[in-house]
Design a protein around this ligand. Structure first.
Ligand SMILES: [Zn+2]
Length: 226
């Protein structure tokens, strides 16, 4: 005669399911993050292409930034949300952004960060800080901006500058600045969405994931070699 499951049998089954879930859920989460990183890398590659196209069409000169008085008044939206100054593309000259037709390229698909502002980030990079090139990525490297001439460098000038070839010169990277809309007074340290690394886009047009150096936003090999 058949009888139902005993309590013990039910508990054993539930325990097995719980163990399987505990094993598999982190695996699923990792797979999702890998997919988001792949999408971020794709964004980076499109940004790399756009950068080189712009430079090619402008006699080799890097893009310039919007005049300071316009920065912060250009509001960006993505998926119906207002990103304000957090959408980096609006800090750079429209002459460049016409090469990036889709605003989502500026947004890292990995969500995270601390609190409200941390969730509002865009695909970030050094070069929008052209007048504020103290951001720690390349040390003394002022990005695209030549402080002496007050114009962006040409790509020929950048090639080999400070002993750094285009193949190891970061143009953009995935990062977030946790800051309010009035971003200048509230500027805080960059937040890196991809845990121990970032997507780096180089001036020769390649993009790749690299681990981030300790206490830095630079890729781990940025100061030590090619
Ligand atoms: Zn990213």
């Amino acid at each position: 005669m058949r009888k139902g499951f005993t309590l013990i049998e039910l508990l054993v089954v539930i325990a097995i399911i719980a163990i399987l879930a505990a094993i598999l859920f982190p695996v699923f989460a990792q797979a999702r993050e890998r997919a988001r990183m792949a999408a971020c890398l794709s964004h980076g590659k499109q940004l790399a292409t756009a950068t080189l196209m712009y430079i090619d069409d402008n006699k080799g000169r890097c893009p310039s930034q919007l005049p300071a008085e316009l920065i912060g008044t250009k509001l960006g939206t993505y998926q119906g949300k207002n990103f304000g100054a957090q959408l980096w593309s609006y800090r750079i000259h429209p002459g460049f952004t016409q090469y990036v037709k889709d605003d989502k390229i500026w947004i890292c698909p990995t969500r995270g960060g601390n609190g409200f502002y941390g969730k509002r980030y865009a695909f970030g990079y050094l070069q929008t800080w052209i007048p504020f090139a103290h951001v720690s990525l390349p040390g003394t490297d002022g990005g695209w901006y030549n402080a002496a001439t007050k114009t962006p460098y040409t790509i020929a000038e950048l090639d080999g500058k400070d002993g750094r070839p285009l193949t190891n010169r970061v143009a953009w990277f995935c990062m977030v600045l946790n800051m309010p809309d009035s971003f200048m007074p509230g500027m805080q340290l960059p937040f890196m969405p991809h845990k121990d690394g970032s997507i780096y886009i180089y001036m020769d047009g390649h993009a790749q994931f690299k681990k981030t150096a300790e206490n830095s936003v630079a890729p781990v090999d940025y100061y030590t070699g090619q």
